[in-house]
Write a protein that binds this ligand. Structure first.
Ligand code: FNR
Length: 342
């Protein structure tokens, strides 16, 4: 279908499913095991209802979409999560994601296992475009140092170190088509190692894949500038909790964490209200993975359109919830008693 017929992020999934070879679509869509975490990521937002406030002045809501992420300005509190293998969606690989992010003025985090090298992706960046480079560790320090240096030289403003992939994800769907899950590390990742990595680069190192309040506290102790709550889109270990529940756990047990470092989160975000609920807990910026990979099937314009749609939805959903300023949003906008047990 033509782009202007797509009205929401889930439409890009449906369109890509019809267009892409089944193997490519399946690699993007796949979750681990029985895909409970994948489905739960989508459904968890429905478990917590909004408590809309009425008769408040919401006329400026759109201007409050702007935010900073580690000090860099962006037009929206959401970003493109790092996802491998752009070539499965488009012949121009990651080009549409870089250019779409620039056009929509949002943050893009290229994956180390993108279909282009770090340097190739950088050639498509607008002059002042800020990207954060996702990294895994290589087999030894020298090789890892090379990755860090290449990211820094290519202009990345932060490293996003993924810590939720100690081993391969158990992905049945993709395996049936002979597609492996090459986004894992097998490298021993420890807090001591994090301290060591910070001596190898001047860039801030964000930890992606934090899933408990305990690890969030550890991150504060180790001076981590930002943590990124994620279960890898339900692709690594099935039964991992949804990031919204991890954010809620932090809110309930150690709310100070949200002001001690920046907190990002992703997983199952498809609607404006999903973004609003994560922001309500103190999450600073929200990642979106699969929908942008599916939007990239339409290239740069598709990614731009997806950004536009989500921006609009965040603004109208926040307004209807009676949020006057997304930066002053607070948890009381959501009823945190789950609608049903599952
Ligand atoms: C990913 N993700 C991912 N994460 C990462 O740190 N390094 C990687 O190489 C990849 N690769 C990857 C490929 C594909 C096809 C997908 C769908 C995802 C996880 C990604 O960053 C993010 O956490 C999830 O995609 C978020 O969930 P949603 O938005 O896809 O539901």
């Amino acid at each position: 279908p033509p782009l202007d017929k797509l009205v929401g992020l889930p439409d890009f999934d449906a369109a890509a499913r019809r267009h892409l070879p089944i193997m490519n679509y399946t690699y993007y869509r796949n979750g681990a095991g029985a895909e409970w975490s994948y489905r739960n990521n989508l459904e968890v937002y429905n478990r917590y209802s909004l408590r809309p406030r009425t008769m408040v002045d919401i006329t400026n809501i759109e201007s409050t979409l702007q935010t900073t992420i580690l000090g860099h300005n962006f037009s929206a509190p959401f970003f493109i999560s790092p996802c491998a293998r752009g070539e499965y969606g488009h012949i121009n690989k990651e080009q549409g994601l870089v250019e779409g992010a620039a056009a929509g003025d949002i943050l893009y985090m290229p994956a180390l296992f993108a279909s282009m090298t770090i340097e190739e992706i950088a050639t498509f960046k607008k002059d002042d475009q800020v990207t954060f480079q996702q990294v895994y560790l290589d087999s030894n320090d020298t090789a890892t140092q090379l990755i860090f240096d290449r990211a820094e030289k290519s202009g990345a403003k932060a490293l996003v170190f993924t810590v939720d992939s100690a081993a391969d994800g158990n992905r049945h769907r993709a395996a049936r088509y002979g597609v492996g899950s090459a986004d894992s590390a097998y490298t021993l990742i420890t807090w001591d190692l994090y301290d060591h990595l910070t001596t190898m680069t001047d860039l801030p190192i964000i930890l992606k894949g934090i899933q408990t309040v305990e690890d969030a506290q550890k991150a504060v102790e180790h001076g981590v500038p930002a943590i990124y709550l994620s279960n890898h889109g339900g692709r690594q270990i099935d039964s991992a909790r949804a990031p919204l529940n991890v954010a809620l756990e932090i809110h309930q047990q150690a709310p100070e964490i949200f002001s001690q470092l920046e907190v990002y989160a992703d997983g199952g975000v498809r609607y404006g209200a999903d973004v609003v609920k994560l922001l309500a807990l103190g999450v600073r910026a929200v990642g979106v993975g699969r929908p942008f990979m599916f939007a990239n099937v339409y290239g740069t314009e598709g990614v731009e359109r997806a950004i536009e749609i989500l921006k609009h939805e965040v603004a109208i959903d926040a307004a209807n919830a009676g949020v006057t300023d997304l930066k002053n949003i607070d948890p009381s906008i959501v009823d945190w008693t789950p609608n049903w047990a599952s």
